[in-house]
Design a protein around this ligand. Sequence first.
Ligand SMILES: Cc1cc2nc3c(=O)[nH]c(=O)nc-3n(C[C@H](O)[C@H](O)[C@H](O)COP(=O)(O)OP(=O)(O)OC[C@H]3O[C@@H](n4cnc5c(N)ncnc54)[C@H](O)[C@@H]3O)c2cc1C
Length: 341
Amino acid sequence: MAGLCAAARARELGAEVVVLEKGDRPGGSMRLSSGFIWRHRDFDRFRSECPDGDPALQRLIFDLLDEGLRWLESLGAPVIARDTGNALTCGARFDTDGLTRALVAAAGEIQLGEPLRELPRDAPVLLATGGFQGDRDLVRLHVTPEAEHLLLRSNPWSAGDGLRLGLAAGGRTSVGMAEFYGRNMPAPPARVSESDFVPLSQLYARHATVFAGNETFATRTWSEVDVVQWTARQPNAQAWYRVANERLSERVRERTVAELIAGAEAAGAPVERTENDVTVAVRAGITTTVGGLAIDPQCRVRDGVFVAGADAGGVMAGGYSSGLAAALVLGRIAAEEALSG
Ligand SMILES: Cc1cc2nc3c(=O)[nH]c(=O)nc-3n(C[C@H](O)[C@H](O)[C@H](O)COP(=O)(O)OP(=O)(O)OC[C@H]3O[C@@H](n4cnc5c(N)ncnc54)[C@H](O)[C@@H]3O)c2cc1C
């Protein structure tokens, strides 16, 4: 998303832009996402939920998101809902196919199947490759020794190319290198394909007893990102959610816990039922890494080398905030700064 937003904004400002896309389609993980682009309603809440993140970058995202959302709509991106369904946050939900189409139309020509491999010498460049979750070695090094057991709940191409290029250009890593955003998903032998990433998310740890072996874990956040990161460090990146029968009717967005469990069971996850409760095996799915390249408020690692989206590390460190919001706001700033010199 960050790359398309930056390209669209740069063209709007009169620049010529070349967009390289490693994958065989545009849109990256944005296209696979639920499309909620949001911020906390209150900046102090953002700080307290993501206490280790860079306050200057968080301030930019908080202050500039609403303008960014209006800009997306002005490009023709279709809004499905004007709220997030969460009293702590505000923003909008976009249809992600329509959002991709609108950004692609504004970004100009996109060279598909063309990874950025080295930095150009004669023009500013934006690194926006979407994080390093697709590289098992980097995930093992920074996030968890159980890296090979994680489900890759992301586009398959975000494998740390931006991080490597930025470090080679003299950049340094940000805070939050051990953290990631993701969801617990049905455990093997369940089969989970790209179109299942949203509907099969097992987002009801707050209604369950979560355990792995003799360890238990109580989630402390509405986003449940803490329980996913904990699960990722358990053997085989797996855990169990035990839900008492009386909690099965609790709602998670538009569905009940019972329906989410039924989805996991239909996909093939181990599920055990007693007369009192239901227990489901889950494994951690990694969506985007939280750490990446440290950037300044102009989105630079150095003169001429800009970074945005999940490659720009540390925005949500210590918690969870909208990756789409960070990509939108920082992508637009990077374009403006690249053209201001
Ligand atoms: C199932 C799912 C649900 C989600 N739901 C939400 C949500 O509701 N709200 C929210 O805020 N976030 C959500 N996210 C996360 C959100 O999608 C990401 O935070 C966001 O897309 C990150 O933006 P990005 O530009 O960094 O990466 P991406 O959008 O993934 O774009 C990165 C692009 O870079 C390309 N690339 C990689 N390497 C290279 C290279 N060397 N050269 C050229 N191109 C390269 C990739 O192919 C990709 O197209 C969700 C993600 C998923 C998968």
